[in-house]
Write a protein that binds this ligand. Structure first.
Ligand code: PLP
Length: 386
């Protein structure tokens, strides 16, 4: 099948995988980065330092502001619970949105059970958070705002610059889940007053199982750790560092930095040909926003067609209905529902996500397959004939 699920995960770039191989075996650098008494440890530590700098360079951070985690799910958990529990004497109110990733929403639900009060903002129809709604929802005891940069289902980009200013003016911590934005669109933490930011390597052509949390140093942001142990990562996340994974993430992030412009142009071109190729199909609805969204995600609904049957009819395409995490359930996407899209259309949604290795030919073939599948399914559908 043609891979069009780059928002779920990306393949590791060959040069990244090759580099990682040098940090595993007896003839490579396999030491424990925390071993301070011999060369094996120092070499591993040096490799981690280099990767930390590469990662910092992509996002405009100081290398001391990066905490390695197992991925964005853990980073989101660490950021939100870490701030909540450390600062609960200041207040117990947290603001987020209804369209966040499950790793944010489920963490927030957990905190509600621990006595915190949550406000879940409903975005506007295009998925963007209304800044006035945000301002109005701020209470005296609000300690944290957690809003994602790029939505994983529809690709909409939030105005994190203005949200960060609102948070700063109210002395509220601001956490951003930037998993889908990092390496795809420019983020410069030097110019934004973001306190915490989550990201993951496997969405940026790096390995799975490694990610990071940016934690601002000036002014210093303090967190309660979730994983206790040897005091790694300045006590915020104990556990022996996965040197090969970290090296892979560093390499992937530097590649992303060098390719960010070309990747953007490439995915924009292919996304436009895909949409141009399918937009004239009857009863097709665009759930993404071509201007205010990232180019690598295109979410559409085909009325009178069930998303799951469309995915089956399109078995030669690797695509997803709703987000990968919820596609096991037959509930319509909660993200599309929060935008006010009616159930039937939310049920018939498909997410195409494009990447560095997608070709023009693949998109042409995709357009053909989609036309064939829609024609076939609608001919079978009693609703369509009526
Ligand atoms: N946040 C967003 C917006 C995502 O798209 C994902 C990926 O599924 C995650 C968090 C979780 O990332 P990870 O797979 O690194 O835990």
């Amino acid at each position: 099948p043609i891979y069009l699920d780059y928002a779920a995960t990306t393949p590791v770039e060959c040069e990244v995988a090759k580099k990682m191989m040098n940090y595993l075996t007896i003839d490579g650098i396999f030491g424990n980065a925390a071993s301070r008494s011999h060369k094996f440890g120092w070499q591993a530590e040096e490799a981690v330092d280099i990767a930390r700098n590469q990662i910092s360079e992509l996002i405009g951070a100081d290398s001391r502001e990066i905490i390695f985690t197992s991925g964005a799910t853990e980073s989101n958990n660490l950021a939100i619970k870490g701030i909540a529990f450390f600062h609960q004497k200041k207040g117990k109110h947290i603001i987020t949105s209804k369209t966040e990733h499950k790793s944010v929403l489920d963490t927030c639900r957990y905190l509600e059970n621990k006595g915190f009060r949550l406000t879940y903002l409903t975005p506007k129809n295009n998925g963007i958070i209304d800044l006035n709604d945000l301002k109005k929802s701020i209470k005296k005891d609000t300690i944290l705002v957690s809003i994602m940069h790029v939505n994983n289902e529809i690709g909409i980009i939030q105005d994190i610059d203005n949200i960060s200013k609102i948070c700063r003016d109210h002395s509220i911590f601001f956490h951003v889940d930037a998993t889908q934005g990092v390496g795809k669109i420019i983020i410069n933490l030097k110019k934004l007053s973001i306190d915490l930011m989550s990201f993951s390597a496997h969405k940026v052509y790096g390995p799975k199982g490694i990610g990071g949390l940016y934690v601002r140093r000036k002014p210093r942001v303090r967190l309660l750790p979730s994983i206790h142990g040897g005091g790694h990562e300045r006590g915020m996340r104990s556990g022996t560092l996965a040197v090969h994974q970290i090296v892979g993430m560093g390499e992937a992030f530097i590649l992303a930095k060098n390719k960010i412009h070309d990747d953007f142009i490439h995915t924009t071109k292919l996304r436009n040909s895909l949409w141009d190729g399918i937009k004239n199909i009857e009863e097709v609805y665009l759930n993404s926003d071509l201007k205010q969204g990232v180019p690598h995600i295109l979410n559409v609904s085909f009325n009178y067609i069930e998303g799951e049957s469309l995915i089956m009819a399109l078995k030669d395409l690797a695509i997803s209905s709703g987000s990968a995490c919820t596609s096991a359930s037959l509930e319509p996407s909660y993200v599309l529902k929060a935008l006010g899209i009616k159930d039937e259309l939310a049920h018939s949604s498909i997410r195409f996500s494009i990447g560095r290795f997608t070709t023009e030919e693949e998109i042409k073939h995709t357009v053909k397959l989609v036309h064939q599948a829609i024609y076939k399914l609608r001919n079978l559908s009693p609703l369509w004939e009526m």
